[in-house]
Write a protein that binds this ligand. Structure first.
Ligand code: ARG
Ligand code: MN
Ligand code: MN
Ligand code: MN
Length: 314
């Protein structure tokens, strides 16, 4: 089960510095070694480097359009190469605008995808509905076939073609959705499990229904896009847009365990870990260690314990 971290230290999809340091902190917490202990063959593709795009004047409200477009084009190529090498791709962000390139590159390599988007936010604003101007609040709208006519072509985005159908996406953990985003989700009939549904059904049923819903449309490779702010800020506070009332650590890990079991997990994004947003070093440590545990869950770590197939009792 090869797992392949590549990472994208990139912050321009939002306005707070620091999120570009997420990947180094996640590496320093021993991600590679711990994946190897699980039996994964891991190759670290290293950090992507991004050119300075300045001047990158805002377009209306939209910030850093050229930088975000160019970074995602490069990331798309990188993820496509990892998938064409036959591996499971791991993209460490960086901010959630990077899901544009990650999902696009994944789809370029394998075709139609199921997308599981775990997030406090829906990130489905269009360039015309955003009121923050941050592209990390918009990636889903850029990717959906159904929203093609609602997303103008932007500088450095002409390479991007929508590649995901609204019916192939499930959101989990929503609790901070803008009115336009809510309208879009309802208009397109997107499957969502907000925190209300997590409360009502419990995480086990949410995952059962998620997988049943997606597999009814064919067993497509799954792209998991995990925003660390889906997890409650008491556990994962070091992120740019924390929202109270989130997933517990256990619910968050359960989602990864369940998706791993499907055997269909084909690429994972872990984004929005921002070491500068923690109040204390303990805040950062707790956020990073949660991120690592989510990734381990994606690659087969289970809480009952694991052993390698060739284990021999001494
Ligand atoms: N809805 C808000 C916006 O459009 C917040 C988005 C937060 N996104 C994130 N990836 N943390 O800006
Ligand atoms: Mn979010
Ligand atoms: Mn299932
Ligand atoms: Mn997000």
């Amino acid at each position: 089960r090869p797992g392949k971290p590549s990472s994208s230290p990139f912050c321009k999809g939002q306005s707070r510095g620091g999120v570009e340091d997420g990947p180094e902190r996640i590496r320093a917490a021993g991600l590679q070694r711990r994946l190897q202990q699980l039996g994964c063959a891991v190759k670290d593709y290293g950090n992507l480097t991004f050119e300075d795009m300045s001047p990158d004047e805002p377009m209306g409200l939209l910030k850093s359009v050229r930088a975000v477009g160019a970074a995602n084009q490069k990331l798309s190529e990188a993820v496509r190469a990892v998938k064409e090498d036959g591996h499971t791709a791991v993209m460490l962000g960086g901010d959630h605008s990077l899901a544009i390139g990650s999902i696009h590159g994944h789809s370029a390599a394998v075709g139609e995808l199921s997308v599981v988007w775990v997030d406090a936010h829906a990130d489905i604003n269009t360039p015309l509905t955003t009121y923050t101007g941050n592209i990390h609040g918009q990636p889903v709208s850029y990717l959906l076939h159904e929203l093609r006519s609602k997303v103008p072509v932007l500088p450095n985005f002409s390479w991007l073609k929508p590649c995901v159908s609204a019916a192939d996406v499930v959101f989990i953990g929503l609790r901070d959705v803008d009115p336009a985003e809510h309208y879009i989700l309802k208009m397109l009939g997107v499957k969502t499990f907000s925190m209300s549904e997590v409360d009502q059904l419990g995480v086990a049923r949410v995952m059962e229904e998620t997988c049943d819903y997606l597999s009814a449309r064919g067993k497509k490779p799954i792209h998991l896009s995990y925003d660390i702010d889906a997890i409650d800020p008491s556990v994962a506070p070091a992120t740019g847009t924390p929202v109270v009332g989130g997933l517990t650590y256990r619910e968050g890990v359960y989602i990864t365990e369940h998706l791993c079991q499907t055997g269909l997990l084909s690429a994972v994004d872990l984004v929005e870990v921002n070491p500068l947003r923690g109040q204390t070093e303990e805040d950062v440590r707790s956020t990073v260690s949660t991120a690592v545990d989510l990734l381990l869950g994606c690659f087969g770590r289970v809480r009952e314990g694991n052993h390698l197939p060739d284990y021999r009792l001494p």
